[in-house]
Ligand binder design. Structure first.
Ligand code: K7E
Ligand code: CUA
Ligand code: CA
Length: 633
């Protein structure tokens, strides 16, 4: 292991920050910490401004990096963290690590009324009707290998689904239930332009899973599922016999990579760890498209399923559909370097990362010839991120460390060498993913790195037996000083992965555009506001604003099915109302200019106060109407 020392005289321009790269970035008020820190270093006034190893072999703190964002200032980046079995997405600011928002995806969430109004309720029902999911891999859409601010896609490992989040509104707007695999784990788009969204099937099952082959695991399989991003539609599947785990895309619109830890096709842990090697599975997307086009598929559950198994006839010949590359037993993460040259698989049970040269996969012959390097990084390597300066950063779950290593040095070194390792830094504790700013684009920013630790142990005040996770922020912009740990962040369980996006790449709306909504805008005019009865169905349309709803009383009969549609007509940002009805499980969020509809049954006679749950003005408590439910005679 080598460690260079800092000269302590780095100039501001030598250090990388987002606003050095793009003048647009300067529109966001930000701290001047990088320049200030560098200037202080130049004056020699900072103690400990070195990356020297101390006697324990740990890296000492480098220059004081100030990651604070003072009151009134904004962060440089959005981080989108998956919520794991919370089923949601969390939005953080970086470098403050403040949690700014949560976006419910597969979970019902009352603060945002998600799953309560008719539209989101039906979306969740049509996607299976489950009340939870297990989000792991939030992936923002890209154009030309760069985040374009349009969509965020995320998997559901629990129920085999993929969801789309509209980054204009930071809302989940579509969910696809994938019928031919169970447990969608890896998730990523085909780069450079997000032409497909891929859901990677981890849990092998019979295909279709309809009761056949129950106890014949040799007949089980999994699929890589391809969806179009917009409209969000399921296009085709590729079937494989092994399982699939994590996934990432090449940069040229051709290859998509997944890992497989169950080449054995086993069902128990000992069976799944029996073989010395498993796979990186490389999918040739244009070849698969040709097969779909030529009708070379079986239709299963309404989806074209192309056979990509090892002995598929489609894998014979000059242009195999799917290539199986041997890697040491039970790998986990796979990610493609920013230049698109290599796919790097993390060994998990093996202390190495395997480097696959993507260009060589186009050569006919043994795909194992594409393995051009294998670096010994340490125990339990799970995931690898990039800084855009030729370094890889890999989490070591077992060693509770992050290891920084040199990619080209690893290609040049002997297989299994430790020499490419530059630095190891302790983390707290047992890291899963790590993510560097814009790491999986063509142009990583190279300043911030978040390490998502599974265990926090002693890092926070005790809160009983359910511990928070610990998301640790590192500054990685100074190769001489080394990685610097700047912040611990307790997180509600359990983020798996994240994406960090430069703030100026997004342009969220602060009020709704009524043209983007399906339901018609309800103005305060008399024609727009009415109560209509059709048999035992009552339809109400009414606007709302500070500090009232369109009707002060709504009278219905016991047993009526009531639909209330309402528009928040406020033009002013941040003035939300809601439509909450006690004892009816009704709770609809209404942001400015937003129209939503809710349907419920008025099954108990009595008086119910329709009220607003968002504190919207000094007369917020008085913003209410009566629902009068008359007894049936
Ligand atoms: Cu390693 Cu789902 Cu990417 Cu968890 S996965 S850590
Ligand atoms: Cu409207 Cu409170
Ligand atoms: Ca295995």
């Amino acid at each position: 292991m080598t460690q260079s020392t800092s000269t302590g005289d780095k100039s501001a321009t030598e250090r990388t920050s987002a606003d050095d790269r793009d003048p647009l970035f300067a529109r966001i008020p930000r701290r001047d910490f990088v320049k200030a820190g560098a200037a202080a270093g130049a004056m020699g006034s900072l103690a400990g401004c070195t990356g020297l190893l101390d006697s324990d072999g740990d890296t000492q703190a480098a220059a004081d990096v100030d990651a604070s964002v003072p009151p009134g200032e904004l962060d440089d980046y959005y981080a989108f963290l998956s919520g794991g079995h919370s089923g949601d997405i969390r939005v953080y600011g970086v470098p403050s690590m403040r949690q700014i928002m949560r976006i419910p995806v597969f979970n019902v969430e009352s603060a945002r009324g998600y799953g309560f109004d008719d539209e989101t309720h039906e979306m969740l029902q049509e996607a299976g009707g489950y009340t939870w999911g297990d989000t792991h891999h939030p992936r923002p859409s890209q154009t030309d290998n760069q985040y374009d601010g349009e969509w965020l896609f995320v998997n559901d490992k629990a129920n085999g689904r993929m969801a789309r989040i509209d980054l204009k509104y930071f809302e989940t707007d579509a969910i696809i239930d994938l019928p031919n695999h169970q447990g969608t784990h890896g998730a990523c788009m085909l780069m450079p332009d997000s032409r497909y969204v891929f859901g990677v099937g981890e849990l092998r099952v019979p295909i279709p899973n309809d009761g056949r082959d129950l106890d014949d695991p040799s007949e089980y399989g999994s699929t890589l599922s391809a969806m179009s991003p917009d409209p969000f539609d399921h296009e085709w599947d590729v079937r494989v016999d092994c399982n699939l785990d994590n996934g990432d895309s090449g940069k040229e619109g051709e290859w998509f990579f997944t890992t497989s830890y169950n080449s054995e096709e086993g069902v128990t842990e000992s069976e799944m760890t029996a073989a010395d090697t498993d796979y990186v599975v490389a999918f040739n997307v244009p070849r698969i498209e040709d097969a779909v086009e030529a009708g070379e598929y079986d239709e299963v559950n309404g989806v074209p399923v192309v056979d990509g198994s090892e002995d598929s006839p489609l894998n014979d010949g000059d242009e195999p559909l799917v290539r199986y590359i041997d890697v040491p037993t039970n790998p986990h993460g796979v990610s493609v370097t920013p230049d698109g040259q290599y796919a790097i698989a993390s060994g998990k049970l093996d202390p190495t990362c395997t480097i696959i040269e993507i260009g060589q996969l186009n050569e006919v012959g043994d795909p194992n010839d594409a393995v051009v390097g294998r670096v010994n990084v340490g125990n339990g390597p799970l995931h690898t991120a990039y800084d855009g300066r030729g370094h890889a950063y890999t989490t070591l779950f077992v060693d509770s460390q992050v290891v920084k290593w040199d990619i080209e040095a690893a290609v040049d070194a002997e297989m299994g060498s430790e020499d490419p390792v530059i630095e190891k830094h302790d983390v707290h504790y047992s890291p899963g993913h790590l993510i560097a700013a814009e790491s999986y684009t063509g142009d990583p920013q190279g300043d911030w790195l978040i390490v998502l630790n599974k265990l926090s142990k002693d890092r926070f005040l005790p809160v009983g037996p359910v511990f928070p996770e610990n998301d640790q922020l590192f500054y990685i912009g100074d190769d001489d000083a080394g990685m610097e740990l700047v912040k611990d962040t307790p997180t509600y369980p359990e983020p798996h992965d994240a994406s960090i996006v430069r703030a100026d790449r997004l342009d969220p709306a602060s009020v709704y555009d009524p043209d983007d909504l399906e339901l018609d805008f309800i103005s305060p005019s008399d024609e727009d506001n009415f109560i209509e009865r059709d048999g035992d169905q009552v339809h109400v349309e009414m606007y709302n604003q500070r500090n009232h709803f369109g009707f002060s009383d709504i009278t219905v009969q016991e047993g009526d099915e009531v639909t209330i549609r309402s528009t928040n007509i406020e033009q002013e940002e941040d003035i939300l109302h809601s439509l909450a009805i006690p004892e009816h499980d009704v709770n609809v969020k209404l942001a400015p200019q937003e129209t939503r509809e809710v349907t419920f049954t008025a099954d108990e006679p009595g008086v119910y106060w329709i009220y607003c749950a968002y504190f919207c003005s000094a007369l917020h408590l008085e913003m209410r109407s009566r629902l009068l439910v008359e007894p049936a005679d």
